[in-house]
Ligand binder design. Structure first.
Ligand code: FES
Length: 71
């Protein structure tokens, strides 16, 4: 499963070639950007933690005051 690394840690992109899925450049696993669910067979059914954001005047802010980090 995805480790604590930026999705673009190896390449300067966070989406796959289709632009539909997030792709981690470390191991190439792909994730549904809306649900965070892994679409790669090796981790199918597991998911990234989603965070709700709000855009205000072109700047993104975390919408939740309390975040829980999951290992
Ligand atoms: S570190 Fe992201 S899939 Fe392995």
């Amino acid at each position: 499963m995805h480790m604590h690394r930026p999705l673009n840690c190896e390449q300067d992109a966070i989406f796959d070639e289709t632009g539909l899925y997030l792709r981690c450049s470390m191991h190439g696993f792909i994730f549904d950007p809306k649900t965070g669910e892994c679409q790669s067979p090796v981790c199918f059914g597991q998911r990234l933690q989603s965070l709700r954001l709000e855009e205000i005047d072109g700047t993104l802010y975390f919408a939740e005051k309390h975040l829980t980090l999951i290992d």
